[in-house]
Design a binder for this molecule. Sequence first.
Ligand code: GLU
Length: 270
Amino acid sequence: MLTPRPVFRFAPSPNGRLHLGHAYSALLNQHRAREAGGHLLLRIEDIDQTRCNRSLGEAAIDDLHWLGLRFDGAVRWQSEHLAEYHAAQKRLTEAGLTYPCSCTRKDLAALPPSPADPEGQPLYPGTCRSTGPRPGLPASLRLAMDRAAGGRALTMTEKGRVLPVDPAVWGDVVIARKDIGTSYHIAVCVDDALQGVSHVVRGTDLFAATSIHRLVQDILGLPEPHYHHHDLIRHDTGRKLAKSQGDRSLADLRAAGVTAADIRRQLGFS
Ligand code: GLU
């Protein structure tokens, strides 16, 4: 039997124009896919329609083409697949692993600062789990972490090494936001499985969140991809690149006369 070809994907969230960090991640995915004789897919992660829109997604595709990237198959726009994410959430709920939470931003801001999750946010103390959500208020859906993760010995394969992971460090994480009805964690697990992604190459800022993904995959019976979390391209000052902090987008660089070849060379892909 033929071994299936590895499948890689680049999955930007178009909540602004793409910057050098995106270019690096996309080019690294392309490099790895070529090396492995695999496919490279493009997924536009636009579930958050409060921040993403179609034209930013189209602009991202245009920037990637300009950089010289070519993708296999059709582009998957997550905003067109919300029903699939809702179905996964329903399965978790039917398994008794979720509860609705009506806590507002203000309620959450009033929580004591520690213990904190890996991103420094206070762990949710489970208020709505014990009292139920307040009637009439919009609710998010949280994972009842102890029930969901209890008794599961989870691992992830990072750069070929099997590492233990513990999603409990995130507490009762939100798996469906009240404003958009789903979450990155659910959408990424559903889509990586649906698209047959075997290799996830993404920034190290998502390393810690992989424990949540491994848990969701395990509960839903989804396959486990190989992970490779790469360093982030940093600004001279050492902070993460972000459009909001005034870093120049690929479009700005292009308008200033920088060529795609210059960028590929600068990022180490000549
Ligand atoms: N959409 C996410 C981002 O742009 C990346 C998701 C992933 O690669 O898993 O940060």
